[in-house]
Write a protein that binds this ligand. Structure first.
Ligand SMILES: *[C@@H]1O[C@H](CO)[C@@H](O)[C@H](O)[C@H]1NC(C)=O
Ligand SMILES: *[C@@H]1O[C@H](CO)[C@@H](O)[C@H](O)[C@H]1NC(C)=O
Ligand SMILES: *[C@@H]1O[C@H](CO)[C@@H](O)[C@H](O)[C@H]1NC(C)=O
Ligand SMILES: *[C@@H]1O[C@H](CO)[C@@H](O)[C@H](O)[C@H]1NC(C)=O
Ligand SMILES: *[C@@H]1O[C@H](CO)[C@@H](O)[C@H](O)[C@H]1NC(C)=O
Ligand SMILES: *[C@@H]1O[C@H](CO)[C@@H](O)[C@H](O)[C@H]1NC(C)=O
Length: 455
């Protein structure tokens, strides 16, 4: 009787186990297919954590609003030039469709470049895309016809390894100031060198109850392209050469310094940084017409490092004036104008390019991931596009005033003590504001950083 029972149990096990296994496999396969059809798999992107973007209420009222998908991924619309180009790359790197050598492919940079080139040539061969190209403005056409090239050589480089710094640094630099400028803006560079961009040891902000003595070494580098060859001024480039010999803070590449070429300053900077700034903890990247409260930045960054979870979060760290779900400018008299034949969908979350701070570790990750993201003509949006592919996003801080103070706040005695950055200020104003900061140090000791509700 017992044997009989046992045999039946064996039959039961033999028949049902494969059935259950098959069923489970079916469920698994269905889930995989659904996920890959959604196109959710992206280089370095965790499927569950892909952030979705909601549309700000006031954006809905705008006439230029176009229907879009819930996530940046689904906005990879067919038809628009850039989206189409990038889609080929996303398909290639999709870790779900092609899981085996995903890591290897991601890390093989030469291959990524040829892949970018292939997808470009393929697209330019199609009739509809060529018609599309013909309709673009001449600036945009100029951008498109050079968007495959990013290996511009450096003409001038700092002699110190990672920009100008103190000779006797006793610890690795805490912060590298990387400032976008042009050959013409000599006055801005001079004002920055004398004020918020001084290299060497910078003490953090200290309040009346003592707080703690903190500080860090600061380095500085200016990022430039060349003036348009047709208007090139020989004396200007000679001056820049002299400036470099004197200050050692010039990093100039051999491309034309135009608005649509600004993205090159990001990718070339990341490349240079990865090779020359091994130990620098943080990077500030911003314009040469902003005023930065460097001591406040130092204190803010020290506080970040002192958080208990700092070691886990630092590789993702980026802070600035964060813009979410922005709509591309669709009016052709704006310098930000992007026609929808070029890019369709919302922009990803990004930090305004006037001034943003991120970790050195993140800079190196951006350098790697940018090799599989086609250049985009708006530089800060491009950084956002790379960030989303690293499955991370910048954090917003209201002390980054890339749209200046609200009118009332500007006149307060301590307003500049409450900020990390404000746009925009002339060289003369920078010098005066820097002196004011020192002069009002005592009465403004205890003001905390600005923490208002966003716009
Ligand atoms: C002074 O700074 C310390 C450390 O940053 C902070 O904890 C403290 O609250 C500050 N004191 C005042 C009066 O703002
Ligand atoms: C960017 O720089 C390159 C190299 O100088 C130049 O050929 C190209 O026209 C520039 N692109 C734009 C959009 O100005
Ligand atoms: C960076 O610095 C670390 C520690 O000093 C060293 O081990 C590593 O080889 C350096 N990397 C490069 C690329 O120089
Ligand atoms: C880090 O924070 C703790 C308190 O949270 C403080 O006692 C310590 O002095 C801080 N260390 C540094 C290096 O700022
Ligand atoms: C982070 O890691 C470093 C070395 O790996 C260690 O010295 C430091 O104490 C860690 N910091 C925190 C906040 O855990
Ligand atoms: C800008 O748009 C207007 C109206 O749509 C059009 O007439 C004009 O030709 C456009 N200009 C350029 C430079 O594309």
């Amino acid at each position: 009787m017992a044997q009989f029972h046992c045999r039946w149990r064996n039959v039961f096990v033999c028949v049902c186990t494969p059935c259950i296994c098959l069923l489970l496999m079916l469920v698994f396969l269905t889930a995989m297919v659904c996920m890959s059809m959604n196109g959710a798999g992206a280089p370095g992107t965790n499927v569950q954590e892909t952030p979705s973007h909601s549309v700000a209420p006031n954006d809905l009222r705008k006439k230029s609003f176009i229907p879009h998908a819930k996530t940046f991924w689904l906005a990879q619309d067919e038809g628009a030039f850039w989206n189409q180009l990038q889609l080929a790359i996303e398909r290639y790197f999709n870790p779900i469709l092609r899981p085996n050598d995903f890591r290897k492919r991601m890390e093989n940079s030469n291959f990524n470049e040829s892949l970018l080139m292939e997808s470009f040539i393929e697209l330019m061969d199609s009739d509809s895309m060529r018609k599309n190209f013909d309709k673009l403005s001449w600036q945009m056409q100029k951008f498109v016809s050079h968007m495959q090239k990013r290996d511009y050589p450096a003409i001038i480089q700092p002699d110190g390894v990672c920009g100008a710094g103190a000779k006797d640094e006793k610890e690795p630099p805490l912060l590298l100031l990387a400032i976008k400028t042009t050959e013409h803006n000599y006055k801005n560079r001079m004002a920055i060198r004398q004020t918020w961009g001084k290299e060497g040891w910078v003490s953090g902000h200290k309040n009346s109850s003592g707080g703690r003595e903190s500080g860090g070494y600061v380095r500085r580098v200016f990022l430039l392209g060349r003036e348009d060859p047709e208007e090139e001024d020989v004396s200007l480039s000679e001056l820049l050469q002299m400036e470099s010999e004197h200050y050692g803070d010039i990093l100039q590449w051999d491309f034309t310094d135009t608005f649509f070429n600004l993205t090159l300053k990001d990718v070339l900077f990341w490349s240079w940084f990865s090779g020359s700034c091994n130990q620098t903890v943080f990077v500030f990247k911003g314009d040469d017409d902003v005023f930065v409260n460097t001591p406040n930045i130092i204190t803010y960054l020290q506080d970040q490092l002192n958080k208990s979870q700092a070691n886990d979060t630092i590789a993702d760290f980026m802070v600035g004036d964060v813009i979410d779900s922005a709509i591309p400018h669709r009016v052709n008299n704006s310098k930000y104008f992007i026609p929808d034949s070029f890019y369709r969908g919302l922009y990803p979350t990004y930090a305004g390019g006037g001034g943003v701070v991120y970790s050195g570790l993140l800079a190196k990750r951006l350098h790697e991931i940018s090799k599989s993201v086609h250049l985009f003509p708006i530089d800060d949006v491009y950084v956002g596009m790379c960030m989303i592919r690293l499955n991370t996003h910048p954090i917003h801080h209201p002390a980054f005033l890339t749209f200046d103070f609200p009118e009332k706040e500007k006149k307060e005695l301590c307003s500049y003590h409450k900020i990390l950055l404000v746009h925009k200020r002339t060289p003369k104003q920078m010098v005066r504001l820097w002196a004011d900061l020192k002069r009002t140090q005592r009465p403004c000791w205890d003001v905390p950083l600005r923490n208002a509700v966003k716009k």
